[in-house]
Design a protein around this ligand. Structure first.
Ligand SMILES: Nc1ncnc2c1ncn2[C@@H]1O[C@H](COP(=O)(O)OP(=O)(O)O)[C@@H](O)[C@H]1O
Ligand SMILES: [Mg+2]
Length: 264
Protein backbone atom coordinates (compact mmCIF):
# COMPACT_ATOMS: atom_id res chain seq x y z
CA UNK A 1 0.00 0.00 0.00
CA UNK A 2 2.62 2.47 -1.09
CA UNK A 3 2.16 6.08 -1.97
CA UNK A 4 1.81 7.00 -5.61
CA UNK A 5 4.29 9.41 -7.11
CA UNK A 6 2.98 11.46 -9.99
CA UNK A 7 6.07 10.79 -12.12
CA UNK A 8 5.46 7.04 -12.14
CA UNK A 9 3.57 5.18 -14.82
CA UNK A 10 0.98 2.51 -14.17
CA UNK A 11 2.57 -0.91 -14.13
CA UNK A 12 -0.61 -2.38 -15.61
CA UNK A 13 -2.72 -0.33 -17.94
CA UNK A 14 -5.86 -1.86 -19.43
CA UNK A 15 -8.02 -0.05 -21.97
CA UNK A 16 -11.29 -1.08 -23.57
CA UNK A 17 -11.03 -4.74 -22.65
CA UNK A 18 -13.72 -7.05 -24.00
CA UNK A 19 -13.92 -10.80 -23.63
CA UNK A 20 -16.37 -13.20 -25.22
CA UNK A 21 -17.06 -16.86 -24.63
CA UNK A 22 -18.46 -17.75 -28.03
CA UNK A 23 -21.32 -15.30 -28.52
CA UNK A 24 -21.54 -14.39 -24.83
CA UNK A 25 -20.10 -11.01 -23.92
CA UNK A 26 -18.45 -11.41 -20.50
CA UNK A 27 -16.12 -8.43 -20.03
CA UNK A 28 -17.66 -5.34 -21.52
CA UNK A 29 -15.05 -2.74 -22.32
CA UNK A 30 -13.33 -2.12 -19.00
CA UNK A 31 -10.13 -0.25 -18.16
CA UNK A 32 -7.82 -0.30 -15.18
CA UNK A 33 -4.62 1.36 -13.97
CA UNK A 34 -2.50 -0.42 -11.38
CA UNK A 35 0.32 1.73 -10.03
CA UNK A 36 3.62 0.43 -8.66
CA UNK A 37 3.11 -0.69 -5.03
CA UNK A 38 -0.64 -0.31 -5.32
CA UNK A 39 -3.12 -2.94 -4.12
CA UNK A 40 -6.40 -3.19 -5.97
CA UNK A 41 -9.12 -5.49 -4.68
CA UNK A 42 -11.76 -6.63 -7.15
CA UNK A 43 -15.06 -7.66 -5.57
CA UNK A 44 -18.40 -8.58 -7.06
CA UNK A 45 -21.12 -11.19 -7.35
CA UNK A 46 -20.33 -14.69 -8.50
CA UNK A 47 -20.38 -14.95 -12.29
CA UNK A 48 -19.67 -11.22 -12.68
CA UNK A 49 -16.42 -11.87 -14.56
CA UNK A 50 -13.74 -11.43 -11.87
CA UNK A 51 -11.77 -14.59 -12.62
CA UNK A 52 -12.14 -14.06 -16.35
CA UNK A 53 -10.80 -10.53 -16.04
CA UNK A 54 -7.78 -11.73 -14.09
CA UNK A 55 -7.13 -14.50 -16.60
CA UNK A 56 -7.26 -11.93 -19.41
CA UNK A 57 -4.57 -9.88 -17.67
CA UNK A 58 -2.38 -12.95 -17.65
CA UNK A 59 -3.13 -13.72 -21.31
CA UNK A 60 -4.80 -17.02 -20.47
CA UNK A 61 -7.90 -16.14 -22.49
CA UNK A 62 -8.58 -15.81 -26.20
CA UNK A 63 -11.37 -13.90 -27.97
CA UNK A 64 -10.24 -10.61 -26.48
CA UNK A 65 -10.35 -7.06 -27.68
CA UNK A 66 -8.56 -4.07 -26.22
CA UNK A 67 -5.08 -3.25 -24.95
CA UNK A 68 -3.20 -4.55 -21.92
CA UNK A 69 0.12 -2.97 -21.02
CA UNK A 70 2.33 -4.66 -18.42
CA UNK A 71 5.50 -2.97 -17.19
CA UNK A 72 5.81 -0.89 -20.36
CA UNK A 73 5.07 -3.69 -22.85
CA UNK A 74 1.79 -3.20 -24.66
CA UNK A 75 -0.33 -6.01 -26.08
CA UNK A 76 -2.83 -4.62 -28.56
CA UNK A 77 -5.34 -7.07 -29.99
CA UNK A 78 -5.63 -4.92 -33.15
CA UNK A 79 -2.09 -5.91 -34.08
CA UNK A 80 -1.05 -9.07 -35.90
CA UNK A 81 -1.26 -12.39 -34.04
CA UNK A 82 2.51 -12.84 -34.29
CA UNK A 83 3.20 -9.43 -32.78
CA UNK A 84 0.71 -10.10 -29.97
CA UNK A 85 2.41 -13.43 -29.24
CA UNK A 86 5.83 -11.81 -29.23
CA UNK A 87 4.75 -9.18 -26.73
CA UNK A 88 3.15 -11.78 -24.45
CA UNK A 89 6.38 -13.80 -24.52
CA UNK A 90 8.31 -10.66 -23.64
CA UNK A 91 6.08 -10.04 -20.61
CA UNK A 92 6.36 -13.67 -19.49
CA UNK A 93 10.14 -13.69 -19.92
CA UNK A 94 10.50 -10.65 -17.68
CA UNK A 95 8.28 -12.50 -15.21
CA UNK A 96 7.03 -9.05 -14.30
CA UNK A 97 3.66 -10.53 -13.42
CA UNK A 98 2.79 -13.75 -11.63
CA UNK A 99 -0.62 -15.36 -11.45
CA UNK A 100 -0.72 -16.80 -7.94
CA UNK A 101 -1.79 -20.40 -7.77
CA UNK A 102 -1.76 -22.37 -4.59
CA UNK A 103 -1.19 -25.87 -5.90
CA UNK A 104 2.18 -27.09 -4.75
CA UNK A 105 3.83 -30.17 -6.25
CA UNK A 106 2.97 -32.90 -3.70
CA UNK A 107 6.03 -35.03 -4.50
CA UNK A 108 8.50 -32.18 -3.89
CA UNK A 109 9.69 -30.67 -0.64
CA UNK A 110 9.05 -27.05 0.22
CA UNK A 111 12.51 -26.15 -1.05
CA UNK A 112 12.01 -28.18 -4.23
CA UNK A 113 8.71 -26.44 -4.93
CA UNK A 114 10.33 -23.04 -4.62
CA UNK A 115 13.40 -23.57 -6.78
CA UNK A 116 11.91 -25.93 -9.41
CA UNK A 117 10.81 -23.21 -11.87
CA UNK A 118 13.99 -21.19 -11.62
CA UNK A 119 16.30 -24.17 -11.97
CA UNK A 120 14.51 -25.95 -14.83
CA UNK A 121 13.07 -23.01 -16.76
CA UNK A 122 15.48 -20.19 -16.00
CA UNK A 123 18.55 -22.47 -15.65
CA UNK A 124 19.56 -20.88 -12.39
CA UNK A 125 22.50 -22.77 -10.81
CA UNK A 126 21.12 -25.05 -8.08
CA UNK A 127 23.44 -23.81 -5.34
CA UNK A 128 22.51 -20.22 -5.94
CA UNK A 129 18.83 -21.14 -6.09
CA UNK A 130 18.98 -22.95 -2.75
CA UNK A 131 20.72 -20.05 -1.04
CA UNK A 132 18.11 -17.60 -2.26
CA UNK A 133 15.22 -19.90 -1.44
CA UNK A 134 16.50 -20.27 2.13
CA UNK A 135 16.67 -16.52 2.52
CA UNK A 136 13.13 -16.20 1.30
CA UNK A 137 11.86 -19.01 3.51
CA UNK A 138 13.50 -17.39 6.52
CA UNK A 139 11.86 -14.05 5.77
CA UNK A 140 8.48 -15.77 5.65
CA UNK A 141 9.02 -17.77 8.83
CA UNK A 142 9.16 -21.06 6.96
CA UNK A 143 12.80 -22.07 7.14
CA UNK A 144 12.22 -25.03 9.44
CA UNK A 145 9.70 -26.41 6.91
CA UNK A 146 12.35 -26.47 4.21
CA UNK A 147 12.48 -30.27 3.82
CA UNK A 148 8.81 -31.04 4.51
CA UNK A 149 6.35 -32.20 1.91
CA UNK A 150 3.32 -29.97 1.34
CA UNK A 151 0.85 -32.48 2.82
CA UNK A 152 2.56 -32.08 6.21
CA UNK A 153 1.93 -28.35 6.26
CA UNK A 154 -1.12 -26.45 7.48
CA UNK A 155 -3.21 -24.68 4.82
CA UNK A 156 -1.82 -21.27 5.72
CA UNK A 157 1.76 -22.56 5.51
CA UNK A 158 1.11 -24.18 2.15
CA UNK A 159 -0.18 -20.88 0.92
CA UNK A 160 2.86 -19.01 2.18
CA UNK A 161 5.11 -21.54 0.44
CA UNK A 162 3.17 -20.95 -2.79
CA UNK A 163 3.62 -17.20 -2.35
CA UNK A 164 7.35 -17.72 -1.65
CA UNK A 165 7.55 -19.69 -4.90
CA UNK A 166 6.09 -16.71 -6.78
CA UNK A 167 8.38 -14.24 -5.04
CA UNK A 168 11.34 -16.32 -6.10
CA UNK A 169 10.72 -15.10 -9.65
CA UNK A 170 10.96 -11.49 -8.38
CA UNK A 171 7.70 -10.29 -9.87
CA UNK A 172 6.65 -6.66 -9.79
CA UNK A 173 3.00 -7.67 -9.85
CA UNK A 174 1.11 -10.58 -8.31
CA UNK A 175 -2.45 -11.46 -9.27
CA UNK A 176 -4.47 -13.44 -6.72
CA UNK A 177 -7.78 -15.10 -7.49
CA UNK A 178 -9.79 -15.74 -4.34
CA UNK A 179 -6.83 -16.40 -2.03
CA UNK A 180 -9.00 -17.06 1.03
CA UNK A 181 -11.09 -19.81 -0.52
CA UNK A 182 -9.12 -22.59 1.19
CA UNK A 183 -8.54 -20.76 4.48
CA UNK A 184 -10.45 -20.72 7.73
CA UNK A 185 -11.07 -17.31 9.33
CA UNK A 186 -8.02 -17.30 11.59
CA UNK A 187 -5.77 -17.86 8.59
CA UNK A 188 -7.27 -14.89 6.83
CA UNK A 189 -5.61 -12.68 9.45
CA UNK A 190 -2.31 -14.35 8.62
CA UNK A 191 -2.88 -13.77 4.91
CA UNK A 192 -3.52 -10.09 5.54
CA UNK A 193 -0.09 -9.90 7.25
CA UNK A 194 1.62 -11.68 4.37
CA UNK A 195 0.01 -9.52 1.70
CA UNK A 196 0.65 -6.32 3.67
CA UNK A 197 4.32 -7.27 3.85
CA UNK A 198 4.45 -7.82 0.08
CA UNK A 199 2.77 -4.47 -0.50
CA UNK A 200 5.29 -2.76 1.78
CA UNK A 201 8.07 -4.27 -0.28
CA UNK A 202 6.65 -2.49 -3.29
CA UNK A 203 4.93 -5.35 -5.09
CA UNK A 204 1.76 -4.27 -6.83
CA UNK A 205 -1.21 -6.60 -6.48
CA UNK A 206 -4.63 -7.27 -7.84
CA UNK A 207 -6.59 -9.43 -5.43
CA UNK A 208 -9.97 -10.89 -6.30
CA UNK A 209 -11.86 -11.55 -3.10
CA UNK A 210 -15.27 -11.09 -1.51
CA UNK A 211 -13.76 -11.23 1.95
CA UNK A 212 -14.51 -7.78 3.33
CA UNK A 213 -11.93 -8.09 6.11
CA UNK A 214 -9.17 -8.74 3.58
CA UNK A 215 -10.34 -5.94 1.30
CA UNK A 216 -10.52 -3.41 4.15
CA UNK A 217 -7.04 -4.27 5.35
CA UNK A 218 -5.04 -4.43 2.15
CA UNK A 219 -6.79 -2.45 -0.59
CA UNK A 220 -5.83 1.01 -1.71
CA UNK A 221 -8.80 0.83 -3.99
CA UNK A 222 -11.77 -1.52 -4.35
CA UNK A 223 -13.30 -2.06 -7.77
CA UNK A 224 -16.71 -3.71 -7.91
CA UNK A 225 -17.25 -5.79 -11.03
CA UNK A 226 -20.73 -6.92 -11.98
CA UNK A 227 -21.96 -8.20 -15.30
CA UNK A 228 -18.63 -7.36 -16.94
CA UNK A 229 -18.46 -3.67 -15.98
CA UNK A 230 -17.15 -1.64 -13.05
CA UNK A 231 -20.09 -0.68 -10.92
CA UNK A 232 -18.15 1.43 -8.44
CA UNK A 233 -14.51 2.22 -7.69
CA UNK A 234 -13.50 3.70 -4.34
CA UNK A 235 -11.09 3.34 -1.41
CA UNK A 236 -12.38 0.61 0.93
CA UNK A 237 -13.42 2.97 3.76
CA UNK A 238 -15.55 4.92 1.36
CA UNK A 239 -17.00 1.93 -0.48
CA UNK A 240 -17.96 0.06 2.67
CA UNK A 241 -19.36 2.98 4.63
CA UNK A 242 -20.78 5.17 1.92
CA UNK A 243 -21.47 3.29 -1.32
CA UNK A 244 -22.76 5.53 -4.07
CA UNK A 245 -24.59 2.96 -6.17
CA UNK A 246 -27.66 0.91 -5.34
CA UNK A 247 -26.00 -2.17 -6.86
CA UNK A 248 -23.03 -1.75 -4.54
CA UNK A 249 -25.31 -1.45 -1.52
CA UNK A 250 -27.17 -4.62 -2.48
CA UNK A 251 -23.93 -6.49 -2.99
CA UNK A 252 -22.51 -5.34 0.36
CA UNK A 253 -25.70 -6.39 2.12
CA UNK A 254 -25.38 -9.86 0.65
CA UNK A 255 -21.75 -10.34 1.66
CA UNK A 256 -22.35 -9.07 5.19
CA UNK A 257 -25.20 -11.56 5.58
CA UNK A 258 -22.82 -14.28 4.47
CA UNK A 259 -20.26 -13.09 7.06
CA UNK A 260 -22.84 -13.24 9.84
CA UNK A 261 -24.06 -16.72 8.89
CA UNK A 262 -20.45 -17.95 8.73
CA UNK A 263 -19.88 -16.56 12.21
CA UNK A 264 -16.98 -14.41 11.02
N1 LIG B 1 -14.53 -21.38 -19.97
C1 LIG B 1 -15.73 -20.79 -20.00
N2 LIG B 1 -16.61 -21.02 -21.01
C2 LIG B 1 -17.81 -20.41 -21.06
N3 LIG B 1 -18.25 -19.53 -20.13
C3 LIG B 1 -17.43 -19.26 -19.10
C4 LIG B 1 -16.13 -19.87 -18.98
N4 LIG B 1 -15.53 -19.40 -17.85
C5 LIG B 1 -16.41 -18.54 -17.30
N5 LIG B 1 -17.55 -18.45 -18.04
C6 LIG B 1 -18.72 -17.59 -17.75
O1 LIG B 1 -18.28 -16.26 -17.63
C7 LIG B 1 -18.99 -15.58 -16.60
C8 LIG B 1 -18.01 -14.99 -15.63
O2 LIG B 1 -17.38 -16.03 -14.91
P1 LIG B 1 -16.20 -15.78 -13.89
O3 LIG B 1 -15.18 -14.90 -14.52
O4 LIG B 1 -15.73 -17.11 -13.41
O5 LIG B 1 -16.94 -14.98 -12.72
P2 LIG B 1 -16.52 -14.73 -11.21
O6 LIG B 1 -15.08 -15.09 -11.06
O7 LIG B 1 -16.80 -13.26 -11.00
O8 LIG B 1 -17.41 -15.58 -10.38
C9 LIG B 1 -19.94 -16.61 -16.01
O9 LIG B 1 -21.20 -16.43 -16.59
C10 LIG B 1 -19.33 -17.92 -16.40
O10 LIG B 1 -20.33 -18.90 -16.53
MG1 LIG C 1 -14.08 -16.45 -9.81
Amino acid sequence: MGSIKSSEKPIIKVRGLHKYFGPVHIIKGVGLDLWPSEVIVIMGPSGGGKSTFLRCLNFLEEQLAGTIEVDGVEVNTEESASKVKKRIRQIRRNAAMIFQEFNLFPHMTVLGNIIEGAVTVKKMPQKQAIARAEELLASMGLLEKRDDFPSYLAAGEQQRVAIARSLFMEPKIILFDDPTSALDPTLIVELVDTLTKLANEGIAMIVVTNEAYLARNIADKVMLLDDGVWVEIAPPDELFTNPKKERTRKFLERISLKDISAGA
